[in-house]
Design a protein around this ligand. Structure first.
Ligand SMILES: C[S@@+](CC[C@H](N)C(=O)[O-])C[C@H]1O[C@@H](n2cnc3c(N)ncnc32)[C@H](O)[C@@H]1O
Length: 326
């Protein structure tokens, strides 16, 4: 299936903006790293760094905060030291901070569809490319084009940092399969009577309906290799939601207890956005095979998932990849 800008399945509104900003702190705790950049990447020597599909720009703002790229204006001349050359882009700029904020931090912001070629003068110039959570934006063809474009932006030996999730949830009784296991069984996850089947009919169903990849973290290593990257790191992280934040820890042992509510709100907003999108197109099913055709029915199903998620919690899968451009 080919990629079009309208393929993006999540809303572009203020609720989504809030969800993404909170999600950034949660994802950092899940990964357990203090620094926004990979441990093996040095911020010395004014590196050139870009955040693609930046959304609210949380990541590049974090990098700017670390490198302290503050302008120092003397009269009309900016004589501040440029400690890193920072760029951010997205297909839709509505969630980005105001331009004045970005300019103050010397982050160059521009509009860009990652599946389309970047400006030729940028090719082969970046030391680090960062891209996170395009699972509800890119089809297989979209990923192929996006990874090619990321590689073209990088200098030989430059790094791509990619964080993605598989759009499917599991439970503490039936935890996510290990990475070496075969890919997920989406039909089994969506067809059944429980709130979890209904959750997956929306979450996994939205991915399947749009031609997105449910086993994304399984497939990315091969997709990266096909785009001439060497995969240097792949951390597969279990993502607890709700009460399970008290039982599971982040990848490096951090407590996730403080994210109980954030993880629940994140799930509510995302399922609300996905189900509204599918209801509009008359393709909302929950569980699989049961068409939901009114807002009232949708709210009832979301209510059931809301209670189930709070009573039992859920588990997801996140993959953090660091790959080198060859
Ligand atoms: C789930 S958000 C993640 C944003 C950010 N990376 C983060 O982790 O907070 C996905 C972002 O991808 C952007 N997007 C969707 N399709 C895109 C495309 N083809 N090219 C570039 N950005 C795209 C959306 O506008 C949205 O801001």
């Amino acid at each position: 299936m080919s990629n079009t800008p309208s393929a993006y399945a999540l809303p572009q509104d203020y609720k989504e903006q809030g969800r993404l900003s909170q999600q950034y702190t949660w994802m950092k705790a899940l990964c357990g790293s203090q620094s926004p950049v990979p441990d093996r990447f040095s911020l010395d020597g004014s590196p050139k760094i870009i955040d693609i599909a930046a959304g609210t720009c949380s990541w590049i703002l974090d990098v700017a905060n670390v490198v302290k790229n503050k302008p120092h204006v003397d009269g009309t001349q900016d004589i501040g030291e440029q400690r890193a050359h920072l760029f951010a882009c997205d297909i839709d700029m509505s969630k980005c901070p105001p331009r004045s904020v970005m300019e103050d931090l010397r982050i160059k912001l521009f509009s860009q569809d990652v599946t389309k070629p970047f400006p030729a003068e940028m090719e082969g110039t970046f030391d680090l490319v960062h891209m996170t959570l395009l699972v509800f934006a890119l089809t297989t063809d979209g990923w192929k084009a996006a990874l090619e474009n990321c590689r073209k932006l990088l200098k030989p030996g430059g790094l791509l940092m990619l964080t993605e999730v598989d759009p499917i949830i599991y439970s503490s009784h039936k935890p996510p399969p290990p990475s070496e296991a075969p890919e997920h069984d989406p039909v089994n996850a969506m067809a059944g009577p429980t709130w979890r089947h209904k959750h997956n009919s929306i979450y996994t169903g939205a991915a399947l309906r749009n031609g997105f990849i449910v086993g994304l973290t399984h497939r990315l290593p091969k997709m990266l290799q096909a785009a001439s990257f060497s995969v240097l790191e792949f951390d597969r992280i279990t993502v607890p939601v709700g009460k399970l934040c008290h039982e599971y820890r982040g990848f490096r042992g951090d407590s996730l207890a403080e994210f109980e509510n954030i993880s629940l709100e994140n799930t509510d907003i995302m399922l609300d956005g996905l189900s509204r999108g599918m209801l509009k197109k008359n393709i909302l099913e929950a569980p699989l095979g049961n068409l939901i055709s009114t807002e009232e029915e949708m709210k009832q199903v979301l209510g059931e998932i809301y209670v189930g998620t709070r009573d039992e919690g859920s588990l997801g899968i996140m993959g953090v990849f660091v790959a080198r451009a060859e």
